[in-house]
Design a protein around this ligand. Structure first.
Ligand code: PLP
Length: 384
């Protein structure tokens, strides 16, 4: 169990940097290994895989343990963290660890597209039914829980349409029913939303985004309570998931500066969101810290900050006009993912099956670490 007493910013610096792993270096080095050599047959037979135990490359080396331990220490109430080769691998393995054929899974309608695809294809074939729910359902989730419901997935805010969920209310209902909750916490990270303390059992990061922070690594992490951690870690090994130590090292490297980067992302995104709000050619600005964002009240109640990702409506713009706006941007790149130091823009056409009213078409921005005034000048010329 995580008994870390430091504040989060200190944990980012200290987390996982055990003396026995880094020796006299500041950073735990990249340790590459498949075979680990034991001292004797007895020693080999006695070894039990786990954090800090050299056994086989699949179970990691100090490079991996350092990142896992730091991420666990950022989540009060967590028992451990399992690393994955992408955020999507982290999500799918965590779901498989708590579901079996015949079960039903509840998923918010604003969920990240590839997660939705996994539910609608693989999980369906595996015999798990997915029931989509309105992300703003809150405690009303109780009415959706049936005799086969075995897990509830959350994503708050949704990474396209930004609705903030009432996480504590959903988790309280789930707990009453003995159902585990899993959250995609990539937008907030544990710095802005320590999910396990809010009542979630399993919290997932696409560490590709703010943990890596430099748009050059694919990485995922699942942090869980004692009830679920072993199950997830063991399933990861059983499925043969493995993370390159170089990538784990890049994750730790990114983590050290995550708090300062997030502060800059936050300030830049807020400056730009407020600037957009004043423009006559902009409709709603869907930024969790702005009152017009659905679920803003839960952001205000539960979150310690906001990150760099938000979306807005271009008033009266059809698909071609939205594409032309994004194409006109010079400092904002066009591309998948987000969370790096650089700004990005995409056009979003959300796919929904249950939420009303239908989600609007949007432009989504990831505000990087550039001077926000330069980004505003770029947006202004693109409107022109
Ligand atoms: C909210 C969210 N979750 C998960 C993922 C998946 O992460 P990865 O790209 O590392 O597989 C993404 C990627 O864009 C995302 O935006």
């Amino acid at each position: 169990m995580n008994e870390n007493k430091n504040r989060p910013e200190t944990t980012l610096v200290e987390g996982g940097r055990r003396k026995e792993w880094r020796r006299k270096l500041v950073n735990v080095p990249v340790e590459r290994a498949s075979t680990i050599q034991f001292d004797s047959v007895a020693d080999m037979k006695a070894s039990k895989a786990g954090l800090g135990v050299y056994r086989y490359g699949l179970q990691g080396t100090a490079t991996h343990w350092a990142l896992s331990e730091a991420l666990t220490e950022l989540e009060p109430g967590a028992a451990g963290t399992t690393l994955f080769s992408s955020g999507l691998a982290a999500i799918t393995t965590a779901l498989l660890a708590v579901l079996k054929p015949g079960d039903e899974l509840l998923v918010p309608d604003h969920i990240y597209g590839p997660t939705r695809k996994f539910c609608d294809t693989f999980l369906k074939r595996f015999g798990v039914a997915t029931r989509y729910y309105d992300p703003l359902v809150g405690g009303g989730i109780a009415a959706l829980i049936g005799s086969d419901t075995r897990a509830i997935l959350l994503e708050s805010p949704g990474s396209l349409t930004m609705e903030v969920q009432d996480v504590p209310a959903i988790c309280a209902v789930a707990r009453e029913h003995g159902i585990p909750t899993l959250i995609d916490n990539t937008w907030a990270t544990p710095l802005f939303f320590p999910a396990i303390a809010a009542g979630v059992d399993i919290t997932i990061l696409a560490a590709t985004k703010y943990v890596g922070g430099h748009a050059d690594v694919m990485l995922g992490a699942v942090t869980a309570t004692a009830e679920y951690f072993d199950r997830i870690q063991t399933l990861g090994w059983d499925l043969g998931h493995s993370v390159s130590p170089d990538d784990a090292w890049l994750g730790s490297r990114g983590l050290r500066t995550m708090a300062v980067r997030l502060k800059q992302h936050e300030a830049g995104a807020l400056r730009i969101a407020h600037w957009l709000k004043e423009r006559p050619d902009v409709g709603r600005v869907l930024h969790p810290a702005l009152p017009e964002c659905p679920g803003h009240e839960f952001w205000k109640r539960d979150f310690k900050g906001s990150s760099g990702l938000f979306a807005f409506e271009l008033k009266g713009a059809d698909a071609a006009a939205r594409a032309a706006f994004v194409d006109n941007l010079r400092l904002f790149g066009i591309g998948y993912s987000w969370g790096g130091y650089e700004s990005l823009a995409i056009v979003v056409d959300p796919f929904r099956t249950v939420s009303t009213p239908p989600a609007p078409s949007l432009v989504r921005l990831h505000v990087g670490l550039e001077d926000p005034e330069d980004l505003i000048a770029d947006l202004a010329q693109a409107f022109g």
